[in-house]
Design a protein around this ligand. Structure first.
Ligand SMILES: Nc1ncnc2c1ncn2[C@@H]1O[C@H](COP(=O)(O)OP(=O)(O)O)[C@@H](O)[C@H]1O
Ligand SMILES: [Mg+2]
Length: 290
């Protein structure tokens, strides 16, 4: 940060948390499993308030990247910066303590527990830190009220938070997992294929939830295979291929077929772009072509 004293007279520390400093940044992250190079000098940038989609073929290394960002994997090399400050995580607990929450694709909730307990799962014992005010509420009633409030404020319609999670549909369960992440993620929320196990209508619920979280100003990283979902919701799209980021595009500049072509290696990133996903949709509507 030595060169960041700008002409606006603000010092280096004032650059922290401004609109141009990534909330989370990865520089040249690498990780090998034996001889498999799952991540090779991968860069990553999440800007304040955005929904950033991460796309890539199976085995491209998306999950490994996300695990490095969320503390589940410690990279062999590379740097991680949170609000411009170097950080390193040796477990998901350490990342969570810094405000990074992750939702995994496998509906990661405790089915037999009720919804309120699921929202506070793993939080009961922590006493210090920014969440102290919430965590002081140890009585079940206050926890239920707060859980109901969280769900209501995110538009998740669940009649009674005393219901066990196993009585919920897949979409409702995933909504609980996402609401939990939104409640505790003070810096960002990461979702690895959150709609992979869901039907069309239920995926819609989760996408709406992502929109509401993002409207609160919390940036979201969304890993997804589903191009319509990605183009529906993302501000920017990070394209991952063979263990690294090869391009960042947006629905304003690239079509779905552009993104897929880059992702699969059919074209070089600079060979496509200039016509937006929205232009193409309008064109299809006008010409009636599918
Ligand atoms: N724990 C692991 N042990 C060995 N190989 C792994 C492990 N996790 C991922 N890999 C390998 O790393 C590569 C990237 O995997 P992954 O990050 O899961 O990709 P994606 O999420 O894009 O499908 C793949 O070749 C995968 O088999
Ligand atoms: Mg994966």
């Amino acid at each position: 940060m030595s060169s960041s004293t700008g002409t606006d007279g603000r010092g280096a520390t004032a650059a922290r948390g401004d609109d141009r400093t990534p909330v989370l940044e990865g520089r040249k992250l690498s990780k090998s499993y034996g001889h498999v190079r799952a991540m090779v000098d991968a860069d990553f940038e999440l800007m304040p308030g955005e929904v950033l989609a991460v796309i890539g073929d199976n085995g491209a290394g998306k999950s490994t990247l996300v695990k490095a960002l969320s503390g589940a994997v410690t990279p062999d090399s590379g740097e991680l910066l949170l609000d411009g400050e170097p950080v390193s995580f040796h477990s998901p607990i350490e990342a969570r303590a810094q405000g990074i929450e992750t939702v995994y694709q496998d509906l990661a909730v405790a089915p037999a527990l009720d919804i309120a307990s699921n929202l506070y799962l793993g939080r009961e014992v922590r006493r210090s830190g920014p969440l102290g005010s919430l965590l002081r509420m140890v009585d079940a009633r206050a926890m239920r009220e707060e859980a109901q409030h969280q769900l209501d404020s995110l538009g998740v319609r669940i009649p009674d938070v005393r219901q066990p999670v196993e009585s919920l549909s897949g979409g409702q369960r995933q909504s609980v997992a996402v609401a939990r992440a939104a409640a505790f993620g003070t810096k960002l929320v990461i979702m690895d294929e959150p709609t992979a196990a869901l039907g069309v209508r239920e995926s819609g619920m989760v996408l709406d939830l992502i929109r509401r979280i993002s409207a609160r100003g919390l940036p979201v990283v969304l890993i997804s295979h589903n191009m319509p979902h990605v183009f529906d919701i993302a501000d920017r799209i990070h394209i991952h291929r063979l263990g690294k980021r090869i391009a960042v595009v947006s629905p304003q500049t690239h079509t779905m077929s552009d993104a897929v072509a880059i992702m699969t290696g059919a074209v070089e990133p600079d060979e496509v772009g200039g016509r937006s996903h929205y232009d193409e949709r309008a064109h299809r509507r006008e010409t009636g072509k599918a």
